[in-house]
Write a protein that binds this ligand. Structure first.
Ligand code: G3P
Length: 217
């Protein structure tokens, strides 16, 4: 499973890119709105920092508006992927954009049927929202597993991005459920490094080394 960062924050992207674990970025209008700079200025910098797909979402809810926005965003860099919500007008746009060679990530997926519609329209990615389903008492990871099963069963040409990831356990569960990608908030990506036994191990290795150095003197 590939790891993407779910953020529009350049400092977070810069740091995570240095760790060598990033394969792409996803953003959404809420994440973009948290930043001081305009998203049209941030997007080219994101594409420079990460050599992989960068999802940028359209705001329009009608076909013509989506197509116009999508073409403008896609012109920024060949790695830009257009994010479109799972609505009928959106699937019409997915069909047209994929015919133009513009890849689309269909977002706000909460059911297998929605994922199936996105796949049939020609989307490259589908994004089930794990945490938001958990929030209403359903299992987000079960949905990821079901979508992956349907993709494999019917040989569909689409990748699953487990989104709305809230904690490290979601990441490993998404990997076990067969997600192709998990898009992760920076805080959770950092938490993935941590284990108390790693900290203890480093501490004891260093103190043993220092003791032996002192003894040799
Ligand atoms: O990028 C979409 C998704 O990851 C949003 O997550 O935490 O707002 O449900 P969240």
């Amino acid at each position: 499973m590939k790891l993407y960062l779910d953020t529009a924050n350049l400092e977070e992207i810069r740091q995570a890119a240095q760790w060598g674990v990033l394969s792409g970025i996803t953003t959404n209008p809420s994440l973009a709105a948290r930043e001081d700079e305009d998203f049209t200025k941030i997007l080219p910098s994101i594409c420079e920092l990460v050599d992989g797909p960068v999802s940028a979402e359209v705001i329009s809810l009608e076909y013509e508006g989506m197509i116009k926005e999508a073409r403008k965003l896609a012109a920024v860099h060949p790695n830009v992927v257009i994010k479109i919500p799972i609505i009928p007008e959106g699937m019409r746009a997915v069909k047209a954009l994929s015919a133009e060679g513009i890849r689309v990530n269909v977002t706000l997926i909460f059911s297998v049927n929605q994922a199936l519609l996105a796949a049939r329209a020609g989307a490259a990615y589908v994004s089930p929202f794990v945490g938001r389903l958990d929030d209403i008492g359903n299992s987000g990871i079960e949905l990821v597993r079901d979508i992956v099963d349907v993709i494999n069963l019917h040989n569909l040409d689409i990748e699953v991005i487990a989104a709305s990831i809230r904690h490290p356990e979601h990441v490993s569960a998404a990997a076990l459920a067969g997600a192709h990608i998990a898009t992760i908030p920076f805080k959770v990506l950092r938490q993935m490094f941590r284990h108390p036994l790693t900290d203890l191990g480093i501490e004891s290795f260093l103190s043993d080394w220092k003791k032996s150095e002192a003894n040799r003197k």
